[in-house]
Design a binder for this molecule. Structure first.
Ligand code: FAD
Length: 406
């Protein structure tokens, strides 16, 4: 039995263990993870790890010795399949029973799969784990043409890496613009133009009918309407499904994620949930219940749980932030743009350094800053305070954003 058992050894789970020890928690901690690897950073999987710029050792969240020194029992390669909330016990796939005083559920999600025929052929990839990225890297030398299904951040980042590696890349997006779920139209248009300038064929409003096969491998993607795009590699980036079945089966409330309160408590006694799988009410989404898929959310919710467990509870109220690297473009986002009713463009997109400032009812709710770190740093205060500056001044790059916070 462990005083705290953490299920999922990704960003949120690993950080929960780190934060507990930082808060001088002296009890026993188990960090149970389905993947065989030490906890590592996931964002580089579609960026510097995929491109070969960073080896695996450089994306570890902590060196191996750290976990020993902090007395965190790593149980890697073990998948939890059952939770008995009454008995305070989880069961692994191999049948081991692990007792807990408090349980932290931090399982993230698994990539959403295509439902059409050919979705599971060799040569069809998702990008969620080190193993996924390694499989892609191993095939790359044989790849001339790649089709990326899904124009979200992961798909676009993978497309940028593949294009830089000299592959012919097509991105298929079902909606009428890329990044439709997360950003405003001007940002979508900017990234579509950038990818096209790098030789990537961006197809909008594209519906995939099936993946075609030759000799047991994917050979192309057939679109509704009949066109077939030849491909040696297909990358599917169409979002994730939160990995919450065992917890919901144990009676936790939720659906698209596990429902948690402001302290990351689930409806089950002594069970918390954090990270990508946690459905929480977020002030920056106008109080809507959402899941955030970001390192920020994983780390900040881990901190909330550590405080709750160590008897110094403080509610989750962190300003959301996120980043994406494509080509030489560094996007930094603060706040959540969902529900905006106006967008102010600050700077000139063709210069490749500009910010979009999202407003709702005149108040700043988010910024997307492209190669504009100063706006990102100074804009955070506007989001945190819900400032309502004069749009003309917001749009003027000569006026520092820090002067507009109120
Ligand atoms: P994860 O990191 O997914 O960890 C969950 C772990 O739990 C996994 O190791 C999984 O195997 C394990 N697990 C699942 N079920 C079980 C079970 N039943 N038993 C045991 N273990 C289990 N965020 C950003 O902020 N910026 C970025 O630029 C960015 N880029 C990204 C690029 C890619 C390719 C991906 C995939 C994600 C990116 N993200 C980015 C999102 C970010 O990585 C996630 O938000 C973050 O990893 C969430 O942490 P988590 O601990 O909730 O989930």
């Amino acid at each position: 039995r462990f005083d705290v058992a953490i299920v999922g050894a990704g960003h949120a789970g690993a950080q929960a263990a780190v934060a507990l020890r930082q808060a001088r928690f002296a009890g026993s901690i188990a960090l149970i993870g389905a993947e065989p690897d030490l906890p590592y950073e996931r964002p580089p999987l579609s960026k510097e790890y995929l491109s070969g710029e960073k080896p695996f050792e450089r994306i570890l969240l902590r060196p191996a010795a750290f976990w020993q020194e902090r007395d965190v029992a790593l149980r890697l390669g073990e998948r939890v399949v059952g939770v008995d909330a009454g008995a305070h016990e989880v069961t692994t796939e191999a049948g081991a029973r692990i007792g807990y005083g408090q349980l932290v559920w931090a399982t993230g999600g698994s990539p959403r799969r295509l439902v059409c025929s050919g979705h599971d052929l060799a040569g069809v990839h998702t990008v969620r784990t080190r193993a996924d990225a390694d499989r892609m890297v191993a095939e790359l030398p044989q790849v001339t043409r790649a089709v990326v299904i899904g124009g979200g951040y992961v798909g676009l980042e993978a497309a940028a890496v593949l294009a830089k590696a000299g592959k012919q890349v097509t991105v298929l997006e079902a909606q009428d613009r890329v990044l439709a779920r997360v950003a405003g139209a001007p940002l979508s248009r900017f990234y579509e133009a950038e990818h096209r300038a790098h030789g990537v064929d961006i197809r909008l409003g594209a519906t995939v009918e099936c993946i075609e096969e030759r000799d047991g491998r994917a050979s192309g993607v057939r679109l509704a309407g009949g066109e077939v795009l030849p491909a040696d590699m297909v990358v599917v980036g169409i979002g994730i499904v939160p990995a919450v079945e065992p917890l919901l089966a144990a009676g936790a409330e939720g659906g698209n994620g596990v429902a948690v309160d402001a302290f990351c408590r689930t409806s089950l006694p002594d069970v918390f949930a954090i990270g990508d799988c946690a459905l929480h009410e977020n002030r920056f989404a106008a109080g809507a219940a959402i899941r955030l898929e970001s390192v920020q959310n994983a780390n900040d919710q881990a901190a909330v749980v550590a405080r709750a467990i160590t008897g110094a509870p403080a509610p989750y109220d962190a300003v959301p932030w996120f980043w994406s690297n494509q080509y030489d473009l560094q996007l930094k986002t603060v706040g959540l743009s969902i529900g905006h009713d106006a967008i102010v463009t600050r700077g000139d997109p063709p210069t490749r350094s500009f910010s979009l400032i999202y407003l709702r009812g005149g108040r700043v709710i988010a910024l997307d800053c492209v190669n504009a770190t100063r706006d990102y740093v100074q804009g955070r205060a506007l989001v945190a305070a819900g400032s309502a500056p004069d749009p003309a001044r917001l749009a003027d790059p000569a006026v520092p954003l820090k002067e507009l916070a109120a």
